[in-house]
Design a protein around this ligand. Sequence first.
Ligand SMILES: NC(=O)C1=CN([C@@H]2O[C@H](COP(=O)(O)OP(=O)(O)OC[C@H]3O[C@@H](n4cnc5c(N)ncnc54)[C@H](O)[C@@H]3O)[C@@H](O)[C@H]2O)C=CC1
Ligand SMILES: C[N+](C)(C)CC(=O)CC(=O)[O-]
Length: 337
Amino acid sequence: MPSSPCAPDHVRRVACVGAGVIGGGWVAHFLARGYDVTAWDPAPDAEEKLRRLVAAAWPALEQIGLADGASPDRLTVAATVAEAVADAQFVQESAPEKLELKRSLLAQLDAAAPPGVVIASSTSGYPMTDMQTEAADPGRLVVGHPFNPPYLIPLVEVVGGEQTDAAAVEWASHFYEAAGKSVITMERELPGFIANRLQEALWREALHMVANGEATVKEIDDSITEGPGLRWAFMGPCLTFALAGGEGGMAHMLDHFGPSLKSPWTRLEAPELDDTLRTAMVDGCDEAAGGRTIAQLVAERDQGVIDVLRATGRLPRQRTEGTDGNASTTSSMGDEK
Ligand SMILES: NC(=O)C1=CN([C@@H]2O[C@H](COP(=O)(O)OP(=O)(O)OC[C@H]3O[C@@H](n4cnc5c(N)ncnc54)[C@H](O)[C@@H]3O)[C@@H](O)[C@H]2O)C=CC1
Ligand SMILES: C[N+](C)(C)CC(=O)CC(=O)[O-]
């Protein structure tokens, strides 16, 4: 791979290829950070959907603070994939999770993007080694795995494949940091990376419980939002469990609860995703939504994430004007400071 033509913190032009839930979320993030963004997506209604997604995300982005000059007007939708990446200084691919499609698209992007420009895939789980097989310059291809919505959830997991240059992984990590993300750079490939490997274990168990009629969708969701989810926003599962050992910390926790690891609590193998389970999950989620539309749920989720980021000190607290004209600082969860 020729070295990147641009330092990570000098990037101004980003291309986003694939503009659905995640590609659109990346577009909103990069626009809010003041980049010029060119997007491409083959769907006939892609531009309309993309501009709608950006418009829906913008109030949340204004709330957390826009970069100087940031504007949805700095989005261009290209007519072809080659046009989208022709003068890009970084490319984020967010096409459907199909291995053959990723392989040929990444090869296409590699052929069309300027030499040395780093190309990242949003894949949720494919190792880059399996996706870079058809590219002429696989050295510049990395995974940059985001979390939904990429414009609010800070984490990006960055990892290369067997043919990726270490310099491309390092460049991508620095670029995402400059673009306001929180980066975990992985030394080695792992299917599902770190966070999805953890999420999938929980998800498999949820599906087993619904399939066997052991818990409802609502009970599963409440068990996390009213329970461990509250701790996980600011303390990970390992440190949280260290506190389960009291003054003895993790050592006591392991001595105390270690034997139960061998109890048959978990099933690990995924259940068959048959029609009955699919229907139970879809109906259960409709019931949990209680009549709220997807757009309403997205707005609710965005506000919830902003509130959590504020409450845990990862966003500045809001300035509010009191009736006496004095400004006070509050978290968006309302605790006056
Ligand atoms: N949905 C999620 O929560 C997350 C998804 N991802 C990853 O992001 C990627 C995209 O997933 P979503 O946005 O959820 O899917 P999506 O279905 O919402 O969007 C995919 C978009 O790709 C477009 N597309 C179809 N063929 C294409 C091609 N040949 N080239 C470029 N674009 C093409 C489609 O028209 C569509 O707009 C996947 O790799 C997925 O694993 C990563 C993190 C979270
Ligand atoms: C559902 N998903 C596996 C595609 C989710 C992710 O990859 C990350 C996220 O947003 O939780």
